[in-house]
Design a protein. Structure first.
Length: 255
């Protein structure tokens, strides 16, 4: 840990035995979650002045069989979600360190994010699929009622150009998507970055060809609310339309 103003080294943490793949700082509790290609998922206390203290390690017997590639933490849900090259996502109990569920996929996992305040996570794989899974508190717990494709070029907001597919636990429904680029032949593209804007129900995705897209998930989440009460009443904190992303395509930016 370094002082951001002076760059001076403040303290070190106990090292992993292989490459560190992610670090997440939990400001509310002054803790650091680290994951590594060695399979370890570790929670550190950053309060000791001279050296970080290991508070808890997730159950090593239940960890991934491949490099951990991504991590997300929800203090509200008291969960950690990790994705890996073994084509699984593991959901961990933040308090006990026990694995709660192992989700299996066809492809390696690139990214995962909690969709707070909804009881759900979004999982992105290396081929370009994004999957929404319910977690504790949802009727869709550890099932996927929604998935959609991340494309190299999207069809913008043209009706029917980019559909969010509600899976076997619900019915088909259309979602709205704002994206950089014009309509073209769809080419699936891996998602390398995810960011969730909870106040506007917008999911931002970054791809391997430089594209950035903004997905308005509100219509699909409202649709899921018809099947799952846990998704209803979660939109009161959403910003008015005037401050949320519009339904017009985002204009390309120049650098």
């Amino acid at each position: 840990m370094h002082n951001y103003q002076s760059g001076a080294l403040m303290k070190c943490f106990d090292p992993h035995s292989s490459q560190v793949s992610s670090l997440i700082y939990l400001d509310d509790v002054k803790q650091v979650v680290s994951t590594s290609w060695d399979g370890a998922v570790v929670i550190h206390d950053e309060n000791p002045a001279d050296h970080g203290l290991i508070l808890r390690t997730m159950d090593a017997a239940s960890t991934h069989r491949g490099d951990i590639t991504c991590t997300a933490v929800s203090l509200k849900q008291m969960m950690i979600a990790t994705g890996a090259a073994d084509k699984t996502v593991r959901v961990w109990d933040l308090g006990t360190g026990k694995v709660l569920e192992v989700l299996h996929f066809e492809y390696e996992i690139n990214h995962v994010v909690f969709l707070e305040p909804f009881p759900a996570i979004i999982i992105a794989d290396t081929i370009g699929w994004l999957h929404l899974y319910g977690v504790h508190g949802s009727r869709f717990k550890y099932n996927s009622p929604l998935k959609f494709k991340h494309m190299f070029l999207h069809g913008g907001t043209k009706s029917g150009s980019d559909n969010l597919i509600l899976g076997p636990h619900a019915r088909m429904a259309e979602g709205k998507e704002n994206a950089l680029g014009d309509a073209s032949t769809p080419i699936m593209s891996p998602v390398l970055a995810l960011e969730w804007r909870r106040d506007a129900c917008v999911l931002y995705t970054g791809g391997d060809r430089g594209q950035i897209s903004a997905w308005d998930l509100a219509p699909a989440l409202l649709e899921l609310g018809q099947f799952d009460p846990a998704f209803r009443g979660k939109f009161k904190s959403r910003k008015p339309a005037a401050t949320a992303p519009s339904n017009d395509p985002i204009p390309p930016t120049t650098t």
